[in-house]
Design a protein around this ligand. Sequence first.
Ligand code: ADP
Ligand code: MG
Length: 246
Amino acid sequence: MPNRPYLDSSVRWRIDSGNLSLEEPDYASVVEAILSAGLATEVVGLISGGKEANVYLARYNGAPLAIKSYRLYRTSHRGGGPVKQDSMGWRAAHEYEMMRQAWKGGVRVPTPARRVENRFSMQYLGTEDGPAPRLQDVRLDDPGEFLRQVLDGVRRLIGAGVVHGDLSAFNILVHAAQPVFIDFSEAIRVDRAGASPWVRLTEARAALERGLSALQVYFRRYRVQIEIATFAAELVESVDRFGVLH
Ligand SMILES: Nc1ncnc2c1ncn2[C@@H]1O[C@H](COP(=O)(O)OP(=O)(O)O)[C@@H](O)[C@H]1O
Ligand SMILES: [Mg+2]
């Protein structure tokens, strides 16, 4: 992850001086925090409560937005206190950056809007009647064509320097009959060396194969096959500029 601070100094001071609450904030406090951070002007309600993050439907001067808010203290992982606050801020920063990179590369993702500490806002996918369904919950009319669009998205993502990292029918929404990728919390950057290229690309290939296998589980019901190994190898080689995998 990039080595730059995300917490503003007032928050750091509250952590350092022990003034920051060590409890999971309740709904009202989260709403208050979202409003005072200027991420939204109204919070409509909870869309999803996950292990590590909640997603809220909000509005900014009437226009709908989705806000993903990483939990600070009550997660499935060990830990608590200031360290947790810090790491959840990093998670939000990482996801937001990966999403921006994907979006800039022309991949269908919710347009990212703004991040403040452990929360970020993005385009709301859905209608007045509710959020767009997850692929997992949809019965497709033309699964072959939909899969083609998904794989095209995966290819574009890699072109933009991002391997999703947690690809599955749970992290693809069906919006206007097309796939939209969400949940970049586990995404891996493949456009420049962070770790050594070999480690990074090996990880990226493993993540890609895992994701394609998870998608295969969904597409099996239509008897549609994904050529996982071939597709993953082809894509990873396309970013292996130095030939480190050979
Ligand atoms: N931009 C969005 N618009 C509408 N619904 C969304 C949006 N982002 C996430 N959601 C909803 O929230 C759920 C959880 O989001 P996700 O990013 O996958 O978080 P988690 O880390 O909890 O899996 C999704 O399955 C989807 O139903
Ligand atoms: Mg998810």
